[in-house]
Write a protein that binds this ligand. Structure first.
Ligand code: CAA
Length: 285
């Protein structure tokens, strides 16, 4: 089986743009699909700005940036991904939207051996796999934010996923410079199963008036050497994404530990989504 050279990425938000950026830097031909012209333009600008920051920080030359940008193409139409050997969907963490995208890709891809990977944080992979005509070729490939920095990718085979799909995905992860770990197809996989209860506990601590966000964050940054405390991290992840992940985990296990606290819901309802909206537990410029 040929190694992957033509990659598709669906969704150009925080995660999709990071995946596209990393793949283009590693020499892959990357085509990015987004639903609306505005979202596509925002994603394209985010990728370009990230490459420019890389040049300013001396991580890549102007020539390397231009070569990487030339490997990227953009479209509004999933049909334009027809020739891709491997597609990673990174659309909003919503079961209905992800199912529609996976089914659209299943129809669009010409090669029946092409692999469909989902960057879901919490939706069971098997549910997405059985929505397609190629359940053996569907796998979870969960990246971490910011994608260009975080070294991990969780590989989550569904019970339908073939061994060959796992191996090809492992090879692609290595090509992208990421260290794969294999995770079980249960909501939250490995990392979020541990991380989400911790993040929600920090929200509950604020909610109950127990401690201020800056004290909680400093506690974990200085006391435990975490690069950022839980509330700063929630602002980075996006509060609506964290809520969606917690809801999926709660739906699966019915553990109160995973239930999104009222404060998180209220902040999401108010549009206080974290860095992306300029306000979350902190205010951003
Ligand atoms: N793109 C590329 N590079 C970036 C970047 C980005 N978006 N953000 C930061 N960097 C790079 C910087 O260029 C810098 O590189 P050098 O040291 O080589 O110059 C390095 O990362 C450190 O950045 P900063 O100095 O600006 O800031 P920092 O030291 O505070 O680090 C951070 C920022 C990398 C975000 C760090 O705080 C961190 O790792 N935080 C934890 C992030 C984390 O836990 N992510 C997982 C979230 S969970 C998830 O994603 C899964 C889910 O399903 C919810």
């Amino acid at each position: 089986m040929d190694s992957v050279t033509r990659l598709g990425v669906v969704g150009c938000g925080l995660m999709g743009s990071g995946i596209a950026e990393v793949a283009a830097r590693q020499g892959l031909d990357v085509r990015v699909a987004e639903a609306t012209p505005d979202a596509l333009e925002t994603g394209r600008r985010r990728i370009t700005a990230s490459f420019d920051r890389g040049v300013q920080r001396g991580k890549l030359s102007e020539v390397e940036r231009d070569q990487a940008l030339a490997r990227l193409s953009f479209t509004h139409d999933l049909a334009d991904l027809a020739d891709r050997q491997f597609v990673i969907e990174a659309v909003a963490e919503n079961r209905g939207i992800k199912t529609d995208v996976i089914q659209g890709l299943d129809k669009a891809l010409e090669d029946p051996a092409a692999i469909l990977a989902t960057n879901t944080s919490s939706i069971p992979i098997v549910d997405l796999a059985v929505a397609t005509e190629r359940p053996g070729k569907v796998i979870g490939m969960h990246f971490f934010n910011p994608v260009p920095v975080q070294g991990l990718v969780e590989l989550i085979p569904a019970i339908t996923t073939s061994q060959e799909t796992v191996q090809r995905t492992r090879d692609l992860a290595a090509r992208l410079g990421k260290q794969p770990i294999q995770a079980p197809d249960r909501s939250g996989f490995v990392v979020n199963a541990l991380l989400v209860p911790y993040l929600l506990s920090a929200v509950r601590m604020v909610e109950s008036g127990g401690a201020r966000p800056e004290d909680i964050d400093q506690g974990m940054e200085l006391g435990c050497a975490h690069p950022m405390g839980p509330l700063r991290l929630l602002d980075l992840i996006g509060l609506e994404t964290a809520q969606a992940v917690a809801e999926s985990m709660y739906e699966e296990f019915k553990e109160p530990l995973y239930a999104p606290p009222a404060l998180l819901r209220r902040m999401v309802a108010a549009g206080h989504l974290g860095r992306k909206s300029g306000r979350g537990f902190y205010i951003y410029d």
